[in-house]
Write a protein that binds this ligand. Structure first.
Ligand code: ZN
Length: 201
């Protein structure tokens, strides 16, 4: 099976859909291997990457640009939206699943390009195993810990029609980005420091 070489510079910026769009609430369908090799899904992957980068997202899932398939991308490279997030090299996940490696949860403060303007606290597992295919149909199997584990769980949620606001246990944690900076960032970073020290991510 011939997979074309990936080249995200071929990607086009697409409109990011906001909460309330029905496609964001659908369980996305799995991708077949022969379909993944085709030009259409390879272009979609390039579009997801380009759209994520232009919007300074830490990740983006295909349903966020209106395509209900189990594909997402994650990348953190000195991200201005989340300057404290450890870097993650560009990772494209196709049909990802994850399992927890611990019962331990941490309180992650999350935002989402599909939930403009709002952040909130969400409990996430501190250490997970991720299994997926990459864009070339090769098997990925790795573990992720710390803040980055939260990013992976957030993106995989999108493929099941789940948004972070569904998981906000304490609605009083909801706030604007500006008010996060003003009132919550310091406390969050203190909480996150332990995780970053333990996992380096
Ligand atoms: Zn999101």
């Amino acid at each position: 099976m011939g997979f074309p070489a990936g080249n995200s510079s071929r990607g086009s910026q697409r409109a990011i859909l906001s909460i309330g769009e029905p496609v964001l609430r659908r369980v996305a369908r799995a991708v077949e291997l022969d379909e993944l090799a085709g030009a259409q899904l390879q272009q979609l992957i390039d579009d997801v990457i380009e759209t994520m980068r232009v919007a300074n997202g830490a990740g983006l899932a295909a349903p966020q640009i209106g395509e209900s398939v189990r594909i997402c991308a994650i990348e953190v490279n000195h991200n201005p939206r989340y300057p404290y997030k450890p870097n993650i090299p560009l990772t494209v996940l196709v049909n990802p699943t994850w399992t927890r490696l611990t019962e331990e949860l941490f309180v992650n403060n999350e935002g989402c390009l599909s939930v403009p303007g709002i952040r909130g606290d969400v409990a996430r597992f501190t250490h997970i195993r991720v299994e997926a295919l990459n864009r070339y149909g090769e098997r990925l199997d790795f573990t992720v810990g710390g803040l980055s584990a939260g990013t992976y769980q957030h993106e995989c949620d999108h493929l099941d029609g789940v948004l972070f606001v569904d998981r906000v246990a304490d609605p009083t944690s909801l706030c604007t980005w500006e008010n996060f900076e003003r009132y919550r960032r310091q406390e969050y970073l203190l909480r996150a420091a332990d995780l970053v020290a333990r996992f380096g991510q």
